[in-house]
Unconditional design. Structure first.
Lengths: 501, 338, 156
C-alpha cells in the first residue's frame, strides 16, 4: 500500500523532536487563543504568520495545523464555563455545556468536550488518509443550488425543533436572515439597509451577534439573579472525568457526528459552525429525550464538539488537494504556504509528499497531545467558577468587548454589541428563542447569495433547485425536518388522550 | 442607592471627558511637529486594509519583512489589519489621522473602484501615494473539459448569446474580478456588457468552475496557479502586456496576443495618510527605491509570482489618474455609474 | 388589550418597515434589476404573516396561561442596572480610541464593578479592573500581536 508507506514516512517526519515540539506549542497556543472570545483559529494562524517565516514549510504547516485544532479544543471552554463562545464553531457548546455548569457538572462537561474533540479529530484524520481525494471530488458537486438547499435544511431543522412554539422559532429565523441582508449585495453591488454607515457595508459579523446575545445576555440576566440571591459559586471541584453512564450516552452521538462534521468541513464555505449545529440538530432529532436538550444533556455537548473538530480536519482537504481554501482559517494557512514558497494545489501531494504526510501524521499526534494537555488544563480553568459572579460578570463584559474589537478593530462593533445585547434580552423576555436567529445570521448571507447565484446561472429558472440528486435529497430532509416534529406532536397527543392519566 | 449610581456615572463621565480632551491635545501636538530631525522614530504603523491572509495582507507583511531583513528600516513595523467595505473603512479612518508620519498602508485597484461604485466618497486623492511596488495580472480559467480553448471562443459565444457564458469571480459585482473581464469583453467588441452574467462567490469560485457550475473564472494568477499546473484548469488568457512567469504559466497567452487589445494590471502600492509630512514622503520614496533593488525583495517577488512594477511617487500619481479614467469608462458602460 | 401580543405587534411593525425599506432599494444596474429585492421581500412578507399568526394564537390562548403572572421586565429590579450597563458601554465606546485600551477598560470595569460589587469593595474593584486591563493588553497586544489602541502619555 502506497498510502501506508507515505503515512509511515509522515510519522517519521512528525515524530522528530523539533516537530513534536512545534505541534505541542501550536496546540497549546491554539487552545489559549480559542478560549479568548473573538479570537478563533483564523486569528491564531494569522498571529503565527511572522513566526512561520523562519521555520521550514513542514514545521510551519504542522504548527499552524496545531493551532487550528487546538482552537477547536479551546473554543468551547468559555462556552461551557461562562456562556461566551469564542467563535462560531463553539456556539453549539453553550446549548448544553453551560446548563451543565449551572447544575454543577462543569467537570463532566469539560471532560466530554475534550474527549469528543479528540475522537472527532482522530476519526476525521483517518477519513482524510483513506478518502481525501474522493471527498474533495464529491464536494465539487455542490454548486450554488446545492448549497442553498443545505442551508435551508439546516435552518428549518433548527427552527422547527424549537421547544414550545414553532411560530416563534421561525420568526427568530426570519429576524436572523434580515440581519444578514445588511451590507453590500455581492451579486449586484447594491448597498442594502446600511443607513449610510460605512462599517455596515461589509455586513454584521455573526460573531458580534453571538457575543452580544450569549455573553451580554447572560450578564443582563444575572442582574436579576444577583438581586434575588439566586447565584451559585462553586467551591468544591471534582476530577475532570465522566461517569460510565455519561460515556454510554455520549459515545454514539460522538461517533455519528464525526463523519458528518468531516464532510461538512470539507465543503468549501460551510465550515465548523454549520457542522456543529447540524450535528446538534441531528442528535436532538434522534434522541429519545429531546426535551433534555438545552437543559444539560451531555450528548448535546458531545455531538457538536466531535463535529467541529472533525470539520477542522475536513476543511484542510480542499486546501491540500485542490489549493482552494475551505474556510477563513485555511485561507490564512494558504497565504502562509505561499509566503513559504509552496504552491498549494493538486500537485502538492506529488511534489512534496513528505510535507503533506508529515502534516497528516502530526494531526494524529497533535490530537493525542491536545487531549492529554486539555484534561489537566480544564482542571485549572474550572476554578473560574469559584470567582464570585459579581466579579466574574464584569470580567465577562470586558472580555466581550475586547473580543468584539479583535474581530475587525472597529468601534462600530461596540455599538452593535450593545444593541444586540439588549435585543437578545428582550427576545428572551418575549420567549423568542435565540438559537435559530444565531444560525440564520451565520448562514443567511451565504444562503441568499447561493440562491442568487443559482438563479443567475439558470437564467431565472427555479428548476435548478430540483435539478440534482443532492438537491432532491436535501429537499426531502427539509420536509422531514419540518413535518416530523408536527407528526410526533400529534402522535404524542393521541397517546396521552388514549391512556388515562 | 440611586444617588450613588448617579454619582458614579457623573464621575466616570467627567473623568473620561477630561482625559479624552487631553489625549486629543497630545495627538495634535505630535502630529504637527514641524522639525523632524530623526525619522523614523518610535513604532511605525503598517496597515493592511483587508483581513489576514489576503493579498493586501501578504504584500504589506512581505514589505515589512524585507525592510527589516535588509536593515533598511530598524524601528518596529507591526502590521495591523483594518478590514471592512473593501478597504473603505481604513480609508475613512485615515482621514482622522491627517498629517501622520507613522501610517503606511497598501492599496490596489479597489482604492479607486470602491469610490466609483459609490461605496465611499473617498478615493486615491485622499491618501498620499508613496510608490507602486508590484503587479499581479488577471487570468481567465475554465475547467479542463470545457469547450472553450481561447479567449476568442468565449467572446464569440458571448456575441452569439450574451447569457451563454457564466462568469464567476470572488469579489462583488462592479469590483475587480468583474471589471477585468468586462475590459477584455469591451475590447473584443461586445456591446451589451451589462447583460453578461457575473456571479460573485465569496471564496470558492475555483471549486465552482471545477465542478462545472460556472463556465469561466475571472481571478488573479496566484489564486489558481496550482490548479493550472496540475492541468485541472485551463488558462485561456492573462491580462499582462507580456508573458509572465515560467513553465506552464509562461505558456499562458496574453489577451493582446489573441487580438484583444486590452491589459489589466492589479497593481499594489504603498500609501501614507493624507497630508503626510514632506520629510516622511521623501524618506519612504528613497527607502522603497532601495528596497526594490534588494535580493530579499526580488526573492519575495519570485516566490509570490509578483511582477516587479516599481514606480516612484510622482509617476504613480499620474498612473492612478489614468486608471481612474479607464475604470470610470467601463463602469459607465455597464451602468454602475450614471 | 392583552400584553402578550406586544411582541407579535413589534414583529409586525418590523416586518412592515423592512418590507417598505426593501421596496425603496435602488434597482440593480447589472443583472436583473429586481434581483437584490427578491430575498428581502420574501423575508418581509414571511415576517408579517408569521407575526399575524403569532398574534392570533396569543389572542386565542387564555389570559391566565400566558406570561401575565410575571412582572413586566421593565419593572424588574435589575432592569435599571441593565440600562446603566448600556450607558457605561456607550461611554466606553466613545472614549476607547482616545484613551487607549488600558485606561478606558479600567474605567469601564471600575464602573461595572461599582454596579455589581458595590462601592464598599472599591479596593478589590480597582485591583480587578487594573489587573484585567493590563493582562488582556499584554496578552493581546504584546504576545499575540493583536492591535489594541495605545493609551496616550504612558504609551502602552
Amino acid at each position: 500500500m502506497d498510502t501506508l508507506q507515505f503515512l509511515f514516512d509522515g510519522f517519521l517526519v512528525a515524530l522528530t523532536p523539533m516537530n513534536l515540539m512545534w505541534v505541542t506549542l501550536g496546540g497549546f497556543l491554539g487552545t489559549i487563543i480559542g478560549m479568548l472570545p473573538g479570537l478563533g483559529p483564523a486569528t491564531g494562524v494569522a498571529v503565527l504568520l511572522p513566526l512561520t517565516f523562519s521555520m521550514g514549510p513542514t514545521a510551519a504547516l504542522i504548527t499552524m495545523g496545531g493551532v487550528y485544532y487546538g482552537a477547536m479544543f479551546g473554543g468551547s471552554r468559555a462556552s461551557i464555563l461562562i456562556n461566551t463562545p469564542g467563535d462560531g464553531a463553539a456556539v453549539a457548546a453553550t446549548f448544553d455545556g453551560y446548563p451543565m455548569t449551572l447544575q454543577g457538572r462543569a467537570e463532566s462537561a469539560l471532560a466530554i468536550s475534550a474527549i469528543a474533540s479528540f475522537i472527532g479529530g482522530i476519526f476525521a484524520t483517518f477519513c482524510m488518509v483513506a478518502i481525501a481525494i474522493p471527498v474533495a471530488r464529491f464536494a465539487l458537486k455542490f454548486g450554488p443550488a446545492e448549497y442553498f438547499m443545505l442551508f435551508l435544511f439546516a435552518l428549518s431543522a433548527t427552527a422547527s425543533m424549537t421547544e414550545g412554539n414553532r411560530l416563534r422559532g421561525f420568526l427568530a429565523t426570519i429576524l436572523g436572515l434580515m440581519i444578514s441582508t445588511i451590507g453590500i449585495d455581492g451579486q449586484s453591488g447594491v448597498v442594502r439597509f446600511t443607513f449610510g454607515v460605512l462599517e455596515l457595508q461589509s455586513g454584521i459579523d455573526f460573531l458580534i451577534v453571538i457575543i452580544a446575545v450569549y455573553a451580554l445576555g447572560e450578564v443582563f440576566k444575572s442582574f436579576n439573579n444577583i438581586h434575588t440571591g439566586k447565584t451559585n459559586v462553586q467551591k468544591k471541584f471534582g476530577k475532570i472525568w465522566i461517569t460510565r453512564e455519561e460515556w454510554r450516552k455520549s459515545v454514539w452521538p460522538i461517533l455519528r457526528s464525526a463523519p458528518l462534521g468531516f464532510f461538512v468541513g470539507a465543503l468549501p464555505g460551510a465550515g465548523g459552525t454549520m457542522a456543529s449545529l447540524m450535528s446538534y440538530n441531528n442528535e436532538k432529532q434522534l434522541s429519545k429525550h429531546p426535551e433534555e436538550f438545552g437543559e444539560g444533556a451531555i450528548e448535546g455537548l458531545a455531538a457538536p464538539e466531535s463535529a467541529n473538530n472533525a470539520a477542522s480536519v475536513g476543511a484542510m482537504i480542499p486546501m491540500l488537494t485542490l489549493g482552494i481554501p475551505g474556510s477563513g482559517t485555511t485561507a490564512v494557512m494558504m497565504g502562509a504556504l505561499l509566503l513559504l514558497g509552496l504552491q498549494p494545489g493538486p500537485m502538492l501531494f506529488q511534489q512534496q509528499p513528505l510535507i503533506i504526510w508529515g502534516l497528516i501524521a502530526s494531526m494524529f499526534i497533535g490530537n493525542i497531545i491536545l487531549a492529554v494537555m486539555n484534561i489537566p488544563l480544564a482542571g485549572l480553568l474550572v476554578r473560574v467558577l469559584s470567582v464570585p459572579p459579581k466579579i466574574l460578570y464584569p470580567i465577562v463584559l470586558g472580555l466581550s468587548f475586547v473580543g468584539a474589537y479583535a474581530i475587525s478593530y472597529s468601534i462600530m462593533d461596540f455599538y452593535l454589541l450593545i444593541i444586540f445585547g439588549l435585543a437578545g434580552f428582550l427576545m428572551s423576555k418575549a420567549k423568542i428563542p435565540s438559537t435559530p436567529m444565531i444560525l440564520a445570521v451565520i448562514v443567511g448571507n451565504n444562503m441568499e447569495q447561493s440562491f442568487r447565484r443559482a438563479y443567475k446561472i439558470s437564467d431565472g429558472s427555479l428548476g435548478i433547485f430540483v435539478g440534482s440528486p443532492i438537491c432532491i435529497i436535501l429537499i426531502a430532509l427539509t420536509v422531514i425536518s419540518i413535518a416530523y416534529p408536527v407528526f410526533k406532536g400529534i402522535v404524542d397527543k393521541k397517546k396521552k388522550s388514549s391512556s388515562p392519566a | 442607592m440611586r444617588k450613588e449610581k448617579v454619582f458614579a456615572l457623573l464621575l466616570s463621565l467627567i473623568f473620561a471627558l477630561t482625559l479624552g480632551l487631553t489625549a486629543e491635545g497630545q495627538g495634535d501636538a505630535s502630529g504637527n511637529g514641524k522639525a523632524a530631525p530623526a525619522y523614523p522614530k518610535g513604532v511605525l504603523d503598517f496597515v493592511a486594509p483587508g483581513g489576514a491572509g489576503g493579498g493586501w495582507d501578504l504584500t504589506i507583511r512581505t514589505t515589512a519583512k524585507v525592510l527589516k531583513d535588509s536593515k533598511l528600516v530598524t524601528v518596529p513595523m507591526p502590521v495591523r489589519n483594518n478590514p471592512g467595505a473593501g478597504g473603505s473603512v481604513n480609508l475613512a479612518s485615515l482621514q482622522e489621522k491627517k498629517g501622520s508620519d507613522k501610517i503606511i498602508c497598501v492599496y490596489s485597484p479597489p482604492l479607486i473602484l470602491t469610490k466609483l461604485a459609490g461605496t465611499t466618497d473617498l478615493g486615491y486623492t485622499d491618501v498620499t501615494p508613496l510608490a507602486r511596488l508590484i503587479a499581479d495580472y488577471a487570468v481567465f480559467v475554465v475547467a479542463a473539459d470545457s469547450p472553450y480553448n481561447s479567449m476568442a471562443d468565449v467572446m464569440d459565444a458571448l456575441k452569439k448569446d450574451i447569457k451563454s457564458v457564466k462568469i464567476g469571480g470572488i469579489s462583488s459585482a462592479g469590483s475587480m474580478d468583474h471589471i477585468q473581464f468586462l475590459m477584455m469583453a469591451k475590447a473584443a467588441g461586445i456591446k451589451n456588457l451589462n447583460q453578461i452574467d457575473y456571479v460573485s462567490f465569496d471564496d470558492s469560485a475555483a471549486a465552482q468552475v471545477l465542478g462545472g457550475h460556472i463556465d469561466l473564472f475571472s481571478t488573479g494568477l496566484s489564486e489558481v496557479l496550482g490548479l493550472i499546473e496540475s492541468g485541472d484548469l485551463k488558462a485561456l488568457g492573462q491580462t499582462a502586456d507580456h508573458r509572465v512567469g515560467e513553465g506552464v504559466v509562461g505558456e499562458i497567452p496574453t489577451c493582446v496576443e489573441q487580438g484583444i487589445d486590452a491589459t489589466f494590471v492589479n497593481w499594489r502600492g504603498l500609501f501614507g495618510a493624507p497630508e503626510m509630512p514632506d520629510y516622511a514622503v521623501t524618506y519612504w520614496r528613497e527607502t522603497l527605491a532601495k528596497m526594490v533593488e534588494t535580493p530579499e525583495w526580488k526573492a519575495a517577488c519570485k516566490t509570490n509570482g509578483w511582477d516587479d512594477a516599481y514606480m516612484d511617487a510622482p509617476e504613480f500619481g499620474t498612473f492612478l489618474g489614468q486608471v481612474d479614467k479607464e475604470y470610470t469608462d467601463i463602469l459607465k458602460d455597464i451602468g454602475l455609474i450614471k | 388589550m392583552k400584553s402578550s401580543i406586544v411582541p407579535s405587534l413589534l414583529f409586525l411593525l418590523l416586518g412592515l418597515i423592512y418590507t417598505t425599506a426593501t421596496l425603496l432599494l435602488p434597482e440593480a444596474s447589472v443583472g436583473r434589476p429586481f434581483e437584490p429585492k427578491i430575498f428581502p421581500l420574501t423575508l418581509g412578507i414571511a415576517m408579517i404573516l408569521l407575526s399575524l399568526g403569532l398574534m392570533a394564537r396569543e389572542l386565542k390562548t387564555e389570559e391566565g396561561e400566558s406570561s401575565s403572572e410575571n412582572v413586566p421586565f421593565y419593572k424588574e429590579a435589575g432592569f435599571s442596572k441593565i440600562l446603566l450597563t448600556c450607558l457605561f458601554s456607550l461611554v466606553y465606546a466613545l472614549v476607547f480610541d482616545k484613551l487607549g485600551y488600558v485606561l478606558s477598560t479600567m474605567l469601564f470595569l471600575e464602573a461595572e464593578l461599582l454596579i455589581f460589587n458595590g462601592k464598599e469593595n472599591w479596593k478589590i474593584n480597582t485591583i480587578v479592573s487594573l489587573a484585567f486591563s493590563l493582562f488582556i493588553y499584554i496578552v493581546f497586544s504584546k504576545l499575540l500581536g493583536v492591535y489594541l489602541p495605545m493609551t496616550p502619555v504612558i504609551w502602552i
